[in-house]
Design a protein around this ligand. Structure first.
Ligand SMILES: Nc1ncnc2c1ncn2[C@@H]1O[C@H](COP(=O)(O)OP(=O)(O)OP(=O)(O)O)[C@@H](O)[C@H]1O
Ligand SMILES: [Mg+2]
Length: 425
């Protein structure tokens, strides 16, 4: 977070020069601006002419703070909200609490106000607002503020990294990873990159009916040369908001990676894409173990039989010891109800592992077989199938958005942590 003014004067200074973040491109974030005046919307839209904004999806809307609150009651929040308010300074903090109550914790907020008041500025920053800009603003100030949030050296990863880990080969982990990515991209309308870490046999390309010339192998063999520009070149677009770093799916190379060979690639994806989904193969080696330590969420995909249970248990124990201060992995049971197969009940399976069962997907040979053969997602083959609901619930949980965020009840939401800080400040 950048503080534009920390001295004792009562005037808010201009934000740091855009050059302070270098001329680096701002990542593929979504930005929505809620303005009260058409001039403000024009000033913000002018920022789109800056070449650093080329990957940013920015839209402007009417309605200011009230419009934003109304919109986010029933819509997902973007990576960044710009909100104009002409309320008197003493009313702004409490008005923002309404926005906080419908806002995801990962969403950043920049307030655009008409009052040049350092005490208001400090209060807002303390409450978790990322920046306060005094209107009128020029395009440079808008780009500079966004850049400081998302590009500067100390900017946090913009989104979330979710790894899908199969308890056993063939349990359907890749299929679930791809469908969950599709579902989350649709639900949150944010850009997702799927990184297929099964280099020799990965199926992300097949599942999205793509055969891209470049992908994850080029990225990992580039080692530390991989940067945001190269990442852009290597990703292929598979659908709206879905990008692939596909596996070569060939045996021309042998893939004996060192423990830290994926480190740079993962860091670049994490700082450039709002959501990163890793399709992890069923292997146990140094780089898989290391990768597990870099994830925000781990989803173990298992079938309800004994071998899966034994493997899932060893994975859960390992993940807990590798990440003692993170939450437990989540469990998805897949291929539940294979005809005539004796199975462990989902409740028993989950309680033996002591982790949360976030979804169970039935065995549906025709549906999944058709999707795999056509290179389609489940919702493309059968939009009305109830599996889509389960996939959506898994995707929101793994992305850190509870079902409450998805359906946005009119009251009772917990305040996101960034805004909670004002309570204890
Ligand atoms: N719920 C399901 N019902 C029926 N078939 C399924 C289901 N889920 C996945 N499949 C099928 O199971 C097969 C294996 O799936 P997938 O490749 O996703 O598994 P995996 O765990 O990633 O395997 P691998 O160990 O090869 O990485 C695929 O043919 C897929 O279409
Ligand atoms: Mg797989």
């Amino acid at each position: 977070m950048s503080f534009i003014n920390q001295d004792e004067s009562d005037e808010v200074q201009a934000p740091a020069d855009a050059a302070s973040s270098g001329a680096r491109m701002i990542p593929r974030i979504t930005v929505q601006a809620f303005c009260e005046h058409s001039q403000t919307a024009q000033q913000i839209e002018a920022a789109l002419a800056d070449r650093r904004m080329a990957k940013v999806a920015l839209t402007t809307h009417n309605g200011g703070l009230d419009g934003a609150v109304e919109t986010y009651r029933s819509n997902p929040t973007p990576n960044l909200i710009l909100v104009e308010t002409s309320l008197p300074p003493e009313e702004i903090p409490s008005a923002l609490e309404h926005l906080a109550s419908v806002c995801d914790a990962s969403t950043r907020v920049i307030v655009l106000g008409h009052v040049n008041d350092v005490f208001l500025y400090r209060d807002l920053i303390r409450s978790g607002v990322s920046e306060y800009l005094v209107l009128p603003v020029d395009a440079q100030a808008v780009v500079g503020a966004i850049s400081d949030l998302f590009v500067s050296e100390d900017s946090a990863p913009i989104g979330r990294t979710i790894g899908f880990l199969p308890a056993k080969g063939g349990s359907g982990s890749s299929t679930i990873a791809h469908n969950v990515s599709w579902s989350v991209a649709q639900a949150l309308r944010q850009e997702v990159v799927i990184v297929d870490l099964d280099l020799p046999f990965g199926t992300a390309g097949l599942d999205f009916n793509q055969d891209p010339p470049h992908g994850v192998a080029d990225a990992v063999f580039a080692h530390e040369k991989i940067d945001a520009t190269m990442l852009d070149r290597l990703m292929s677009k598979a659908a709206t908001n879905i990008n692939l770093l596909a596996a070569p799916g060939s045996l021309d190379h042998v893939y004996d990676f060192d423990e830290s060979d994926f480190e740079q690639l993962l860091e670049i994806t994490q700082t450039n894409m709002p959501l990163v989904v890793l399709d992890i193969p069923h292997q146990w080696n140094g780089w898989v173990r290391k990768t597990l330590t870099t994830l925000d969420e781990i989803v173990i995909v298992a079938e309800p039989d004994l071998a899966n249970l034994r493997n899932a248990k060893t994975l859960v124990d390992m993940v807990k010891s590798l990440r003692p201060s993170d939450g437990d992995p989540l469990l998805v049971l897949n291929k539940v109800g294979v005809p005539k197969r004796p199975e462990i009940s989902p409740a028993e399976f989950a309680s033996a592992l002591g982790i949360e069962l976030v979804g169970q997907i039935p065995f549906e040979a025709a549906l999944f077989g058709t999707a795999a053969n056509n290179g389609q997602m489940i919702s493309e083959v059968s939009a009305g199938h109830k599996i889509n609901e389960t996939l959506r619930a898994i995707s929101l949980r793994a992305a850190g958005r509870g079902p409450m965020q998805a359906q946005k009840p009119s009251s009772g939401l917990a305040l996101p942590s960034i805004f909670k800080r004002r309570k204890s400040a």
